[in-house]
Design a protein around this ligand. Structure first.
Ligand SMILES: [Zn+2]
Ligand SMILES: [Zn+2]
Length: 87
């Protein structure tokens, strides 16, 4: 039997997503929560790890890091984070 998937931060499930919608970015965290806690700094650190793990270009790694946190790409992530910082 599988446990129903549930976000460890907000408790949302496949049947009950966050308002505004969310998707899974890891086994137990949804995109809404991942985006809430992310900073440019953290994204860059994650990209560094991904770059080393996969041997890909830095720009590509930034995109992958952003996608792991529920963004479409790094530009989208940066725009979202910057807008939030100025809100
Ligand atoms: Zn969540
Ligand atoms: Zn959620």
């Amino acid at each position: 039997m599988n446990e129903p998937r549930r976000c460890r931060d907000c408790g949302c499930t496949d049947l009950q997503a966050c308002s505004g919608g969310c998707h899974w970015v890891s086994q137990d965290q949804c995109s809404a929560c991942a985006q809430k806690n992310i900073t440019i700094d953290r994204l860059k650190r994650a990209a560094k790890r991904i770059k080393k793990d996969r041997g890909i270009q830095h720009a590509k790694a930034l995109d992958v890091a952003a996608q792991e946190h529920g963004f479409s790409n790094y530009v989208h992530a940066r725009r979202t984070i910057e807008r939030r910082a100025h809100a």
